[in-house]
Design a protein around this ligand. Structure first.
Ligand code: NAD
Ligand code: DAU
Length: 350
């Protein structure tokens, strides 16, 4: 049986990747390694936890000795590395945590893969999941391609850029078989409500203010999370070693326009008079170093590997809102306790 390590599998995107691989590849053992930080939640994987080809390991990628032992024990054939500190606002409050997990954690995994695989790398692959934020910020025109120069602005994107450089350096210096993908903003089920879409859905539901940073004019390119998971599957199995692939939805939205769509759909779903939720919009102090616009050119992935997004945004956002409304218990669980403190601290001085 082949063994695949997925890191960060209890998080938002990781849980969708684990679900896809466990169900699609019954002859491959999927080991999900996750520290279960505030963002990691085993409830995201209830439907696969008893499958015979799934195993969960709680652990920290920052602990190099532990990671090496895990690789020695399992001798993985492949790695899909998603574990990370992922929220830009938290990286502004506490940058160091991002260096530990995103940079040192990634280097620990690279070292362990290198130690185990040695020269025997023919059927091995280290897949590093990264972000479009490493490319910096666009003006009104243009798109990020795989050759766009790195220009990160937040501690989060700087840490992800650094990890990408290490992954490439291990390929170029040690011949480690790697592949990297850089994806745009994801949306869908199981996303922790610190990120724009689930946070605003939760606030609209609870009649709380909707804190729009700056003038709401920043643009993001939104991709349905299950399409990201499908892209990872395609790249993992068909991608060329040493290459980078951009993944995006060709689906750009100005924040304020997207927020108004959320308000309209939520009014309809909650049986509120049209225009009710928009009244919750509150403009607050902008995010420091806020990138104006991201847009991904995923032409290489589409042409070379045949991936295309499956879902139109209009359908995806309806499905997503329905999911958060139907999964009240999940939302309640993740927004209790520490979340309340986080919210207070993050938004009190804006
Ligand atoms: P997330 O914050 O929802 O999940 C991160 C997971 O990593 C959690 O389960 C957490 O417990 C785990 N983790 C954190 N630190 C760890 C550590 N030290 N050791 C082991 N596990 C640890 O993140 P996400 O939004 O699912 O993002 C997953 C990956 O995809 C990240 O690498 C992120 O940079 C990248 N990405 C995210 C997006 C997006 O829109 N969310 C877009 C492009 C790329
Ligand atoms: O582009 C990919 C990236 O997308 C990923 O690498 C990150 O892990 C992921 O968090 C996401 O980063 P963003 O910063 O773009 O996502 P976020 O949901 O935090 O914010 C989206 C936009 O909404 C951004 O312009 C900031 C704005 N915003 C966000 C929050 C949380 C607000 O106006 N108010 C808010 O309260």
């Amino acid at each position: 049986m082949k063994k695949l390590l997925i890191t960060g599998g209890a998080g938002f995107i990781g849980s969708h990747v684990v679900r896809l691989f466990v169900n699609k590849y019954p002859d491959c053992l999927i080991v999900n390694l996750d520290k279960l930080t505030y963002a990691g939640n085993l409830a995201n994987l209830k439907d696969v936890e008893n499958k015979p080809n799934y195993e969960f390991v709680k652990g920290d990628i920052v602990d190099g000795d532990f990671i090496l032992k895990l690789f020695e024990q399992h001798r993985f054939d492949g790695v899909i590395h998603l574990a990370a500190e992922s929220h830009v606002d938290r990286s502004i409050s506490n940058p160091t945590e991002f260096v530990f997990t995103n940079v040192i954690g990634t280097v620990n995994l690279l070292n362990a893969a290198r130690a185990i695989w040695k020269g025997n790398t023919k059927d091995k692959l280290f897949y590093h999941v990264s972000t479009d934020e490493v490319y910096g910020s666009l003006g009104n025109e243009g798109m990020f391609t795989e050759t766009t120069a790195y220009d990160p602005h937040s501690p989060y994107s700087a840490s992800k850029a650094s990890s990408d450089h290490f992954v490439r350096a291990y390929h170029d210096t040690f011949g480690l078989p790697v592949v990297i993908s850089n994806c745009s903003n994801n949306y869908g089920s199981f996303q922790f409500p610190e990120k724009l879409i689930p946070l605003f859905i939760n606030n609209i539901k609870n009649n709380k203010p909707l804190p729009v940073y700056g003038k709401g004019e920043n643009v993001r390119d939104w991709l349905w999370v299950e399409d990201h998971a499908r892209a990872i599957d395609v790249i993992f199995h068909k991608g060329t070693k040493g290459e980078t692939y951009n993944i995006g939805g060709h689906n750009e939205w100005k924040n304020i326009d997207l927020i108004k769509v959320l308000c309209t759909i939520m009014d309809r779903k909650l049986g509120r008079k049209e225009g009710t939720s928009e009244k919750l919009i509150t403009y607050v102090t902008d995010r420091a170093g806020h990138d104006l616009r991201y847009a991904i050119d995923s032409g290489k992935l589409q042409k070379e590997l045949g991936w295309v997004p499956s879902l139109q945004f209009e359908e995806g956002i309806e499905k997503t809102i329905e999911w958060y409304l139907e999964n009240e218990e999940w939302l309640k669980q993740v927004t209790s306790g520490k979340y309340q403190k986080y919210y207070e601290n993050m938004y009190k001085n804006r």
